[in-house]
Write a protein that binds this ligand. Structure first.
Ligand SMILES: NC(=O)c1ccc[n+]([C@@H]2O[C@H](COP(=O)([O-])OP(=O)(O)OC[C@H]3O[C@@H](n4cnc5c(N)ncnc54)[C@H](OP(=O)(O)O)[C@@H]3O)[C@@H](O)[C@H]2O)c1
Length: 237
């Protein structure tokens, strides 16, 4: 994590679920006493489990996350996916946390278009700052409804698993485009996500070489021929 921060990465995505809080502790340890990158230069995203999404559960879960992260605030706090807790309760808790400065923004994850409509119908639902969803070259179904809805409502999209957990590396069309640009197939996959409007990507890597390659993905500009080839590859949705 410190290597990535030194190379300019500024967004860290974590969740109370990951390693039962262990991932948040790793983030806290990486940031603690790390003079090269001050805490306030980093944007921390964490997530509350649906099983904790009732009003009191959200408040308590956030406190636990703050302790593990060793910070006074979470920059973006997301509902990890929808569960049985009423959205209004989760929203009210998010608003309480925002007012007290414990979170700066709040959003949702894994919401489909109908979930978003329901969220927006709640009091204060318009303050949605992100929807974090599965999106990559082999997972384009959200282009039919969720992405246009986020665009229309001005909700930024965070694309998780943008490399399909590495499985896109074997796609022949990506290899062909990569060879043309002198880059790797997964860099092309990442550049494709990043080329979409209103979307950021959160690839994960524990390898210094891969972190460097992923940062390099920011400098790759795919042309119309590349986009046409990727669209024509016809991935099953
Ligand atoms: N909201 C949600 O429900 C949700 C669900 C899943 C994930 N997420 C978030 O999204 C993040 C990323 O998703 P993900 O880990 O599922 O999938 P991913 O980022 O698409 O893929 C990660 C895999 O790709 C490999 N990789 C990364 N960069 C590479 C490169 N340049 N060349 C070759 N291999 C590369 C990694 O191996 P190395 O580590 O060895 O590089 C790792 O095995 C997660 O860390 C998590 O924060 C959120």
């Amino acid at each position: 994590m410190r290597y990535a921060l030194e190379r300019g990465i500024r967004l860290i995505d974590t969740a109370e679920m990951y390693a039962n809080g262990g991932a948040e502790e790793v983030v806290g340890a990486a940031l603690s006493g790390f003079d090269a990158v001050p805490r306030d230069d980093v944007f921390i995203v964490s997530k509350v489990l649906p099983s904790n999404a009732h009003y009191d559960g959200v408040i308590d879960a956030c406190e636990r996350s703050l302790t593990r992260l060793g910070t006074t605030h979470i920059d973006m706090y997301l509902l990890h996916w929808r569960g049985s807790a009423p959205f209004q309760e989760t929203l009210d808790a998010f608003e309480t946390l925002r007012t007290s400065g414990k979170i700066r923004y709040f959003g949702v994850s894994n919401f489909d278009a109908a979930d978003m409509d329901e969220w927006y119908a709640c009091k204060g639902g318009g303050a949605l700052a992100a929807n974090q969803i599965l999106y990559n070259l082999s997972r384009r179904g959200v282009e039919w409804d969720v992405l246009p809805q986020c665009q229309k409502r001005g909700v930024p999209v965070m694309a998780y698993s943008p490399l399909e957990q590495g499985r896109l590396a074997g796609e022949p069309v990506l290899s062909q485009i990569a060879a043309r640009h002198g880059v790797t197939p997964l860099q092309v996959a990442l550049a494709w996500v990043l080329a979409q409007d209103n979307i950021i990507a959160i690839p994960k890597s524990v390898s210094h070489a891969h972190i460097d390659q992923n940062i390099g993905g920011l400098d790759i500009t795919l042309d119309a021929e590349d986009h046409a080839a990727l669209d024509a590859a016809g991935h099953p949705y």
